[in-house]
Design a protein around this ligand. Structure first.
Ligand SMILES: *[C@@H]1O[C@H](CO)[C@@H](O)[C@H](O)[C@H]1NC(C)=O
Ligand SMILES: *[C@@H]1O[C@H](CO)[C@@H](O)[C@H](O)[C@H]1NC(C)=O
Ligand SMILES: *[C@@H]1O[C@H](CO)[C@@H](O)[C@H](O)[C@H]1NC(C)=O
Ligand SMILES: *[C@@H]1O[C@H](CO)[C@@H](O)[C@H](O)[C@H]1NC(C)=O
Ligand SMILES: *[C@@H]1O[C@H](CO)[C@@H](O)[C@H](O)[C@H]1NC(C)=O
Length: 475
């Protein structure tokens, strides 16, 4: 009665597809499977598991993979649905209205970003552009994509990718001057997952991501977790002494299955299989579909699994009525210097807070705006002031400024032979103010009136409205 593990390793894709390996394993009599992390593979395998009635405990976070569609699918990490709502809350907290998503055009990327769009809409913000690149995008494609988003108005970028491509985006962005003051970069948990599982990240890499805000699964700092970390450090033959949140969920998943099986057998559960006549061998295929068997009591084991309730390394392992892991929560991190700082937490229970979710769970839920709080963030370019989140688009029309061309008070504004066409005290103050902004504001001055008599303000205001001119410069 084997329990199969097929953690999908990205490099396997190129040699032998993990789906294939997984399906070959299913030729043995299997009663439960753990994995994979890749959403695309999870989609394929879920179909087969459904057919064979074998519970699949998966680390795939793609929100569209649901236990409602696949009745043997059980996600043992938080659903990305919550991560997207957490990002929308962060965007809303800082008062931004327009967001550009940069993501890999695969199941996980598309489905996550689609939920982000809904989550932002609920906060009266919007996803103004979905910048997708293909899974194997070349470096010039990523470059072109970034150049095109840089021409847009929004300066809030949400990066939902895989660790392998993610860092190359930041290295391109840095080259394009997009990691400076005025830009906002928010990443999903792929970035902390990468950082946490590396024993040391080189300074060049850290330099690329200064000022980034990133989400990470929140797992309580329990004694259990600390003991595990110290035991792990003492293990020999491990690749890295550090680990990320997925390692904790993987550990808990194995215990979940072990405990559930224990209960299942104590409760008189049996292991019997029967043939599935719908599965036939295809000539020439190395897969022996006809030897795959249906686990007769699959549903009973599945029900045992979703009824479990115990404290694991990642927190309470318990499933809600939609078969999601309960109490989804995230750390909100701000990358800076050689590491990151926790500027707050998000929980589905109380939204953003600087108090850990565990403390909040003991109080009544409160998502009122006045209770939402994060510590100060240091943004790209070491800016402490919060970026405004948008700029006048580089390819857009310049701001048109009507300047009264008068005969009196010439020292304030008057016609000039210089390139701007105007000069005076008001112009100097305005230019100085514009220079203080962390972004460029292309603008032109338009003289209003003939310079022989003072123009009427009433007409000027009417014309400003009629001519789509933005601003009147006068005292
Ligand atoms: C497989 O090959 C055998 C012999 O070549 C043939 O008789 C049989 O019909 C084939 N089966 C299928 C499903 O193609
Ligand atoms: C799950 O376990 C926790 C801690 O042991 C307990 O407080 C809670 O009531 C349990 N929940 C259910 C639904 O049994
Ligand atoms: C998340 O919050 C919503 C709204 O408060 C609630 O309906 C839902 O049950 C919560 N989900 C989880 C997994 O806690
Ligand atoms: C939520 O917090 C705010 C501010 O602290 C408070 O005024 C309000 O009464 C709280 N609401 C609930 C339901 O506890
Ligand atoms: C502004 O609009 C008025 C009337 O709508 C028009 O006469 C005038 O030429 C316009 N000026 C500019 C600078 O476009």
């Amino acid at each position: 009665m084997p329990i199969s593990f097929f953690f999908s390793l990205p490099f396997l894709v190129f040699y032998r597809h993990p789906c294939f390996i997984a399906l070959q394993l299913m030729e043995k009599e299997v009663i439960a499977a753990i994995g994979p992390q890749s959403s695309g593979i999870a989609h394929v395998i879920s179909h087969v598991m459904n057919e064979l009635q074998v519970p699949l405990l998966s680390f795939a976070t793609d929100p569209t993979l649901s236990s409602l569609q696949y009745s043997y699918f059980l996600r043992t990490v938080p659903n990305d649905h919550f991560q997207m709502y957490a990002i929308a809350d962060v965007v809303d907290y800082f008062g931004w209205k327009e967001v550009i998503a940069i993501f890999v055009d695969d199941d996980n990327g598309r489905n996550g970003i689609s939920v982000l769009g809904d989550a932002l809409a609920k906060k009266r913000a919007k996803l103004t552009y979905k910048a997708a690149f293909s899974p194997g995008a070349s470096s010039s494609e990523i470059d072109d994509l970034l150049v095109s988003v840089n021409l847009m108005e929004a300066r809030v970028f949400v990066v939902h990718v895989n660790p392998d491509t993610g860092l190359s985006i930041f290295s391109k962005a840095k080259n394009l001057g997009m990691m400076v003051g005025g830009y906002v970069w928010i990443t999903t948990d792929w970035l902390p997952s990468f950082l946490d599982s590396s024993d040391s990240v080189n300074p060049e890499t850290m330099d690329l991501i200064q000022g980034v805000v990133a989400l990470r699964h929140h797992t309580a700092d329990s004694d259990q977790k600390k003991k595990f970390a110290s035991r792990w450090k003492n293990l020999k033959n491990v690749e890295a002494s550090s680990f990320n949140s997925y390692a904790l969920y993987a550990y808990d998943t194995i215990w979940l299955l072990a405990r559930a099986l224990d209960l299942y057998f104590k409760d008189g559960g049996k292991v019997t299989f029967s043939d599935d006549h719908r599965l036939r061998d295809t000539n020439g295929s190395a897969l022996h579909l006809s030897s795959m068997q249906v686990f007769d009591q699959g549903q009973k084991l599945f029900q045992t699994l979703i009824g479990m309730n115990f404290t694991g390394l990642s927190g309470q392992i318990q499933f809600d009525s939609e078969k999601n892991l309960g109490h989804p929560a995230y750390d909100v991190l701000n990358i800076g210097g050689t590491g990151s700082r926790t500027v707050g937490y998000w929980s589905n229970y109380s939204g953003l807070s600087v108090v850990t979710p565990e403390i909040l769970y003991s109080k009544p839920p409160n998502t009122s705006t006045s209770t939402q709080h994060l510590y100060n963030v240091i943004w790209p370019g070491e800016m402490v002031t919060q970026p405004r989140g948008w700029v006048f688009p580089h390819n857009g029309k310049p701001l048109r400024i009507a300047v009264p061309y008068r005969v009196t008070f010439k020292e304030f504004v008057h016609k000039d032979k210089g390139p701007s066409g105007v000069k005076g005290y008001c112009i100097d103050v305005f230019e100085a103010a514009i220079d203080l902004l962390p972004y460029a504001v292309p603008h032109v001055y338009i003289l209003y009136g003939d310079g022989k008599r003072n123009p009427s303000f009433k007409n000027l205001v009417n014309d400003v409205v009629a001519n789509d001119t933005f601003c009147i410069l006068e005292i």
